[in-house]
Ligand binder design. Structure first.
Ligand SMILES: [Ca+2]
Length: 429
């Protein structure tokens, strides 16, 4: 059934048939980060909200119209773009190649080709690959950068392992032999691999991991999200400048407790992109939902973001009368009438689009672009329309932020790492 839905997406027939599918099939939708479902999946009722005062539907904000300026094409699956300086960008694609662009043109030689270290990436639906890329805060002086990719594993019960590694640039390429493996995490399923990497202004590296995959966080008694003795379903905080691999900052919330000390926050399903607001230092994360609800969270030290007890502000397991006490609920959510898989972005801190200033820009993978703005103590959601949309069929894979705080959207026309056309666009007025 999953393949059938992928085909519908590819043929752009999914939206017209969506209502029919909903009415005919009591099955969860296939989406980025929720594939490989089985018939025993739990379906959370969208009507079960444990506490109406905690609803994340806070009204809507007036729409904003923007333009897109193409800054790169001739690529397929851009998941990460980082900016060594104002004239160069590194583009990491899901299939494992990082390219260096100077003044909008890719250099002929790949900056780094990780394919020899990775699992073979599927040609249709695929959640594994080169998922994370970030520059060291002192990249200009030490040339270090970090990647997160899916590597083969022979461990019992593993589909593959997620690998976090450091490499060193020589300016126009990076020697693959410069790899320093920092962390590996066995992944029981092919999906929900997280992979977002960001440095905080504390100098520590924050790493997002999905719940290990399958559906409904099915591994273990409580699922991985709520299990503090696994790194799966967490955001980690580690010091990659100390030790042969890394060390754990002494002020991490679970140091000295019966828990993995690397954990900064937990109860996540598949954080598909998080970012710090440069101005406020708030950490915004998009957590992909299971069957019904997509959510945005503000991640705080030691916070439990609910999965799999809750899907956004709704009971998931148990389906009714779950206990939300102690859980951090999202600041906003939307259901699967508006999209199927959230893609987190950035708070805009650039100068070219004043009306977007201080607003959190994000999207659904199927294309709709949104923003959040704080009004009193609520986060209201508004739509972003694109006046010069290049295609009606753009999957929003990810976002990027340059050194000036301007934002970019990373797209593909097919939603597959080896098919369709990829492109990177800068947002403009
Ligand atoms: Ca949650």
């Amino acid at each position: 059934m999953d393949d059938f839905l992928v085909v519908l997406y590819t043929l752009n027939l999914f939206k017209p048939m969506k209502k029919l599918i909903y009415s005919l099939l009591a099955i969860p939708l296939l989406c980025l980060s929720c594939s490989n479902r089985s018939s025993e999946d739990k379906s959370a009722s969208p009507d079960v909200n444990t506490d109406s005062s905690n609803t994340a539907n806070n009204g809507s904000a007036a729409a904003i119209s923007l333009k897109l300026i193409k800054v790169a094409d001739n690529i397929t699956s851009p998941l990460n773009v980082v900016f060594p300086d104002d004239k160069t960008m590194l583009v990491g694609e899901q299939h494992g190649v990082i390219s260096l662009f100077k003044d909008g043109q890719a250099l002929a030689e790949p900056f780094l080709d990780l394919r020899s270290k990775m699992v073979k990436i599927g040609t249709s639906y695929e959640e594994r690959g080169l998922l994370g890329l970030v520059l060291h805060p002192q990249f200009k002086s030490n040339n270090k950068f970090y990647v997160y990719y899916s590597a083969p594993s022979s461990a019992t019960g593993s589909d593959h392992k997620s690998v976090l590694s450091e490499f060193v640039s020589n300016g126009t390429t990076a020697d693959i032999k410069s790899e320093r493996i920092i962390l590996t995490v066995e992944e029981p399923e092919s999906n929900h691999n997280g992979g977002c990497l960001k440095f905080g202004n504390d100098g520590y590296l924050y790493v997002g991991l999905g719940d290990g995959g399958g559906a409904g966080d099915k591994h273990g008694n409580t699922g991985n999200g709520q299990n503090l003795n696994t790194l799966l379903g967490k955001i980690l905080r580690i010091d990659i400048d100390e030790g042969s691999t890394y060390t754990v900052p002494s002020d991490n919330p679970f140091v000295g407790k019966n828990a993995k000390p690397e954990i900064w926050a937990y109860g996540l399903r598949n954080p598909w992109r998080f970012s710090f607001d440069r101005k406020t230092n708030l950490l915004f994360a998009a957590d992909v939902g299971q069957n019904t609800w997509e959510e945005i969270d503000i991640i705080e030290k030691g916070g439990n973001y609910g999965w799999k007890i809750m899907e956004a502000t709704h009971c998931f397991d148990p389906e009714k009368n779950c206990n939300p006490s102690g859980l951090k609920l999202p600041i906003n959510e939307y259901n699967h009438s508006e999209g199927i898989s959230i893609t987190g972005g950035y708070v805009y801190n650039g100068t070219s689009i004043p009306e977007l200033s201080g607003k959190y820009l994000f999207a659904d993978w199927t294309g709709p672009l949104f923003f959040l703005q704080k009004s009193a103590d609520k986060w209201q959601r508004g739509n972003i329309s694109i006046s010069n949309k290049p295609s009606e069929n753009l999957k929003v894979l990810s976002f990027a932020e340059d050194n000036a705080g301007e934002l970019y959207v990373l797209t593909n026309t097919a939603g597959s790492p080896e098919r369709g056309t990829g492109a990177i666009y800068k947002f403009a007025k």
